[in-house]
Design a protein. Structure first.
Length: 386
């Protein structure tokens, strides 16, 4: 059983492999595992990650040691396997003990790093044939496992639906708070999507609304968006969704020059009304440290004039046209009419959404929406899993 003294974490790390042998070398400790894998651990790395009560506060599990306070010429005097743990005696007299499950989970030899990377969740790319992940309101609200399954689908697929949600205004907040607190914007905590004469966004009209992400004008676009149908009696207004990651990956394969342009040339987005003026200059496609697509930023109706070097302007327009044209291809588009009591929740930095025009004279149409940051989703998943 792991203890705070052995692991500086609230998580547990199952022992997947026993320690077989340890050797102290010049600048590192060589660990051999029972399956034959060799993991070198440099002295500063091991000392920096000592989980003892002197180095980590046991209540918060947060580190109090700073490596600059350790002798730069630190060395290991001795290392041994003690009841399955790695025990190390350092020059200067400090002693450390490392849990084998934790040590294996954080080993940084090539095989261990590759193994960790392979286990990381990958986006499940989709098109018009997506079997939409659908969940039951009562289960999500009452069953932690159903909640976890919904959140995993939201993380991996980026588009989900919950059915059976009460249609009273404000019910959406109860679902959103199963994840975390709601992110407030200039549209409020909950915003009402209705056609109105004094609209401060095209979303609050009956117009066709092209595929977009919400609030691309912000430094950090909201991670998750919720849209809850209270009433939908109007003709038209079907919802359209596309997987922006899937489109970006196809573009990368078919037209790498256009893909690179959308990753490298920043575009300004503007959201202005009588009381606010938000602007953000950023590329349409953002990549993570591994070079994978991590974010799509797109809303043509909120875009300012392109401001690129003369020699890049033709390429930028070609790439921009190509990306939008791809979002209009039937193979990528999932089209659904949202019914009362149904709630869409999707990754706003991945899944682009749109709405067909509707006739406000043909019946009432009232949605409520809100935002939560993606960090809150990922945190909630980890807490539920542990």
């Amino acid at each position: 059983m792991q203890t705070a003294a052995a692991v500086a974490d609230f998580r547990t790390y199952p022992k997947t492999c026993d320690l077989a042998d340890v050797q102290v070398l010049n600048d590192h400790i060589r660990v051999e595992w029972a399956d034959g894998r060799i993991s070198p651990f440099h002295h500063p790395w091991l000392r920096d990650n000592c989980p003892c009560a002197e180095c980590v506060y046991s209540v918060t599990r947060e580190q109090v040691l700073e490596i600059v306070d350790v002798d730069e010429n630190l060395s290991a005097i001795a290392a041994r396997i003690d009841q399955g743990f790695l025990s190390v005696e350092w020059s200067g007299g400090h002693r450390s003990q490392y849990d084998p499950g934790w040590l294996r989970a954080h080993a940084y030899d090539d095989a261990s790093r590759h193994e960790r990377h392979a286990k990381k969740p990958k986006p499940q790319l989709w098109n018009h044939t997506l079997k939409l992940p659908v969940f039951d309101y009562a289960a999500v609200m009452e069953d932690p496992n159903a909640l976890l399954q919904w959140l995993l689908a939201l993380r991996d697929v980026g588009l989900t639906q919950i059915r059976g949600v009460p249609t009273e205004p404000g019910s959406l907040a109860l679902v959103a708070k199963r994840i975390a607190f709601i992110r407030e914007s200039n549209f409020g905590v909950l915003f009402n999507v209705q056609s109105k004469a004094d609209a401060d966004s095209n979303a609050y009209t009956a117009f066709n609304l092209p595929l977009h992400s919400d609030l691309p004008t912000r430094e950090l676009q909201p991670g998750l968006q919720f849209l809850h149908c209270l009433v939908n009696e109007a003709d038209g207004g079907e919802s359209i969704f596309v997987d922006g990651f899937a489109i970006a990956n196809v573009l990368r394969a078919e037209d790498p020059e256009a893909f690179d342009a959308l990753c490298e040339i920043p575009v300004e987005f503007r959201n202005k009304d009588r009381h606010s003026d938000y602007r953000r200059l950023a590329p349409i496609i953002a990549l993570d440290a591994s070079g994978d697509v991590a974010e799509i930023r797109m809303a043509n109706f909120l875009r300012g004039p392109f401001d690129a070097p003369v020699e890049q302007m033709p390429l930028l327009y070609r790439a921009y046209r190509r990306f939008i044209a791809m979002t209009r291809e039937a193979r990528f588009r999932l089209v659904r009419r949202l019914n009362p009591g149904e709630l869409w929740c999707f990754d706003n930095r991945r899944t682009l959404h749109a709405r067909n025009a509707f006739d406000p004279a043909s019946g009432a149409r009232h949605f409520q929406g809100c935002y939560i940051d993606r960090d809150e989703l990922l945190s909630r998943i980890l807490v539920l899993q542990r």
